[in-house]
Design a binder for this molecule. Structure first.
Ligand SMILES: Cc1cc2nc3c(=O)[nH]c(=O)nc-3n(C[C@H](O)[C@H](O)[C@H](O)COP(=O)(O)OP(=O)(O)OC[C@H]3O[C@@H](n4cnc5c(N)ncnc54)[C@H](O)[C@@H]3O)c2cc1C
Ligand SMILES: *[C@@H]1O[C@H](CO)[C@@H](O)[C@H](O)[C@H]1NC(C)=O
Ligand SMILES: *[C@@H]1O[C@H](CO)[C@@H](O)[C@H](O)[C@H]1NC(C)=O
Ligand SMILES: *[C@@H]1O[C@H](CO)[C@@H](O)[C@H](O)[C@H]1NC(C)=O
Ligand SMILES: *[C@@H]1O[C@H](CO)[C@@H](O)[C@H](O)[C@H]1NC(C)=O
Ligand SMILES: *[C@@H]1O[C@H](CO)[C@@H](O)[C@H](O)[C@H]1NC(C)=O
Ligand SMILES: *[C@@H]1O[C@H](CO)[C@@H](O)[C@H](O)[C@H]1NC(C)=O
Length: 591
């Protein structure tokens, strides 16, 4: 038995409620729910479940607290969380589709999880993605119409830090100002660039036609970006919003940080396989703590962390587990399979000198003196370029391949409907160029998450499987060509002089493909590793209510449950999953 010393690290205001830095410090409470992972989804659950004063909730987070972490708080510094104590420091396995390259694979390792380190882009995706989830799972509760209340509970639209008039940049009718996570439009920091981008949209029309709001359920066209940044120019993460100080002060909420969950364990019960216990082990001592929830253990470790825990717990493909000497608790070959992620390519355009005003921050990324100045401004009065993400992009174009595209004819259409984009192109000026970042948002390729040994402290094998399906590379190539087409609009005639890098010498499709294979990176949007499927389906890991199939007491609430990747950046879909999950859990356990 461990001594239960009350070594309280970051206090709530009163009594029992607190954030603890070690499991030994956590008081002996009868837990109703144990949430594994205080990330994007885990923080929502912590907040919503403890609205019921009868529920005692323990959240166990592997990383440290988010409080006071400047790299997370200041939008312009987000890239500095990479390969730090706020990152899991993962690397992918070599990607055949990328000439054998592997690359680092960032995941948030602090309260708020990846929402504390992400690019803050706020996208809901097309309505048809949610309708597909409803139809694939057989649960109409996941449809676009039925998740509207969760979007409203999640979003808190605010005016941007610079208070400029945002009329015409979005559709107020589709937004909420009563939720938790702050959302703002970009600040007016590069007016000449924004004006040229909008002019190009007007000149080209067609698929680049202006769309007032990409978050209406119908994203196609060129739109203003929206970000999870508050009016105060700070990142709004799941931890800053759902775990505000008032929530953290609740008597029935306990959070322990810097604590790694190694496995979930069978709990002695009379009925079938029940898993309501978690094992916490220290990597340097052999100290082990086992805690049990009276109602549910909820895994919210994310699309990498959750299947990692399941596999080490003996929940996975029996033959894979046997090969690693892990005893099978439940044979389910879907665990870790079907990992899906968005491949990101890159197109940069060279600019004629003095042809367009890039503003005083054009060389921010490379100039340390500008960076010092930017930080001073942010601290002085929340001005300067650090009020927004370092990408400094203000627009996104959402495009479909043409209906008669030979790519669709040959390989089919992985998107959820004619309203869904195949490719997203992020547009903006940074590092002295104009850049377009084409991302395939409807990939057909599937990869996997496996483990390399029976040691839970060994990092998992992350394989996004990029370009393993024939649809994907030609679709990205079309995205790159669309970006180049955008650069040919009349407005750019005396501004854009050409392409930067190897794309400038890529006359054929094969040449473009070779460049794409070399420059593809990840959008860091993995999903699908513990997929939802209909009740009684022969595949999948969770039922539509997110309870693990064939198990009592264990639920999964995070990005891993999405059976198809949204045509969107994934934080909003995760917020929707977590908000609805909280409702499902509350209604199951109401008294
Ligand atoms: C660098 C980056 C940029 C991104 N940009 C955007 C963007 O601009 N817009 C957007 O919409 N989406 C973006 N995303 C994706 C989005 O942030 C994620 O899809 C979403 O946050 C995932 O939420 P989650 O709850 O599934 O997992 P996470 O938020 O990652 O939460 C998992 C939590 O569980 C903890 N954990 C894991 N394993 C254990 C364990 N064994 N024991 C204890 N704790 C554990 C982790 O430390 C983490 O806190 C980005 C992601 C990254 C990494
Ligand atoms: C990631 O790497 C950095 C730099 O080496 C290190 O300081 C940090 O502790 C690592 N993160 C984790 C979670 O181990
Ligand atoms: C992968 O997902 C597809 C649905 O997209 C499903 O049919 C298949 O069974 C899944 N594979 C596994 C191993 O779960
Ligand atoms: C913000 O602070 C800087 C530096 O002190 C100052 O130059 C600038 O005028 C201030 N801006 C506003 C809008 O107050
Ligand atoms: C697709 O349709 C457009 C417009 O109808 C036409 O211009 C184009 O040639 C067609 N492309 C193919 C590959 O058939
Ligand atoms: C791709 O990268 C390899 C290794 O750096 C290089 O040799 C090759 O020329 C690159 N190809 C293209 C098309 O840029
Ligand atoms: C699933 O199977 C069980 C047992 O065979 C059955 O009672 C139940 O109705 C099925 N559920 C659905 C949604 O098909």
């Amino acid at each position: 038995m461990f001594p239960r010393l009350a070594v309280v690290v970051g206090l709530g205001t009163l009594g029992l409620c607190a954030t603890y830095g070690t499991i030994q410090a956590v008081p002996d409470v009868k837990w109703d729910f144990i949430v594994v992972g205080g990330g994007t989804a885990g923080s929502v659950l912590a907040s919503r479940l403890t609205e019921n004063p009868k529920f005692n909730v323990l959240v166990i987070e592997a990383g440290p607290t988010n409080e006071g972490v400047e790299e997370s708080i200041i939008p312009g510094l987000a890239s500095r969380t990479a390969l730090s104590r706020y990152d899991w420091n993962f690397t992918t396995v070599p990607q055949q589709g990328l000439n054998g390259r592997s690359f680092t694979y960032k995941r948030g390792h602090l309260l708020g999880g990846s929402s504390s380190v992400n690019g803050m882009i706020y996208t809901r995706g097309p309505a048809s993605d949610y309708d597909r989830l409803a139809s694939v799972s057989g649960d109409g509760g996941w449809s676009w119409e039925n998740i509207q209340s969760y979007l409203r509970k999640n979003e808190k639209l605010e005016s941007p830090a610079d208070n400029h008039d945002v009329k015409g940049e979005f559709d107020p009718a589709v937004h909420s100002s009563t939720g938790k996570v702050a959302v703002t439009l970009p600040n007016d920091l590069s007016p000449a660039v924004d004006a040229a981008t909008l002019k190009a949209s007007k000149e080209l029309g067609g698929d680049f036609q202006f769309n007032l709001d990409m978050n209406s359920g119908k994203p196609l066209g060129l739109c203003w970006l929206q970000s999870t940044i508050g009016h105060d120019a700070t990142r709004s993460s799941s931890a800053t919003s759902y775990l505000d100080s008032k929530t953290r002060a609740r008597d029935n909420l306990h959070i322990v940080t810097d604590t790694f969950v190694t496995r979930v364990l069978k709990t002695t019960e009379t009925k079938g396989l029940t898993i309501r216990s978690v094992e916490i082990r220290s990597s340097d001592t052999s100290d082990t703590v086992v805690l049990t929830a009276s109602k549910e253990v909820i895994l919210a470790g994310g699309a990498i962390g959750t299947p990692h825990i399941l596999l080490h717990s003996g929940i996975g493909d029996e033959s894979d587990l046997k090969a690693l000497n892990i005893e099978t608790v439940l044979h389910n070959p879907s665990v870790g399979r079907n990992l899906t992620d968005h491949p990101v390519s890159f197109v940069a355009f060279s600019l004629a000198p003095n042809s367009i005003d890039l503003g005083p921050w054009a060389n921010l990324i490379t100039d340390p003196a500008l960076q010092t100045q930017a930080l001073e401004l942010w601290k002085a009065n929340r001005t300067g370029p650090y009020v927004e993400s370092a990408t400094r992009a203000h627009h996104i174009a959402w495009l479909r391949l043409p209906r008669n595209s030979s790519i669709i004819e040959q390989f089919g259409d992985p998107s959820s409907s004619g309203d869904s984009a195949h490719v997203e192109i992020i547009l903006g000026a940074f590092a002295g160029t104009y850049a377009a970042i084409p991302t395939l948002v409807s990939p057909a390729s599937r990869g996997s998450l496996t483990i390399r040994s029976s040691n839970p402290f060994d990092s998992p094998l992350i394989n996004p499987g990029y370009y393993t399906s024939e649809f994907d590379l030609p679709a990205v190539r079309e995205g790159v060509k669309s970006a180049i087409r955008f650069s040919k609009a009349a407005v750019w005639e005396n501004i854009i002089t050409g392409l930067v890098g190897p794309l400038a010498n890529a006359p054929t499709d094969a040449d473009i493909d070779a460049v794409i294979r070399n420059n593809t990176l990840s959008a860091l949007h993995p999903v699908g590793t513990a997929a939802m499927s209909p009740k009684n389906a022969s595949w999948g890991v969770v039922d539509p209510d997110l309870l693990v199939k064939h198990v009592y007491g264990l639920r999964i609430v995070d990005a891993s449950i999405l059976p198809y990747i949204p045509s969107a950046h994934t934080q909003v879909p995760v917020y929707v999953i977590a908000e609805r999950a909280a409702d499902l859990i509350k209604s199951k356990w109401h008294d």
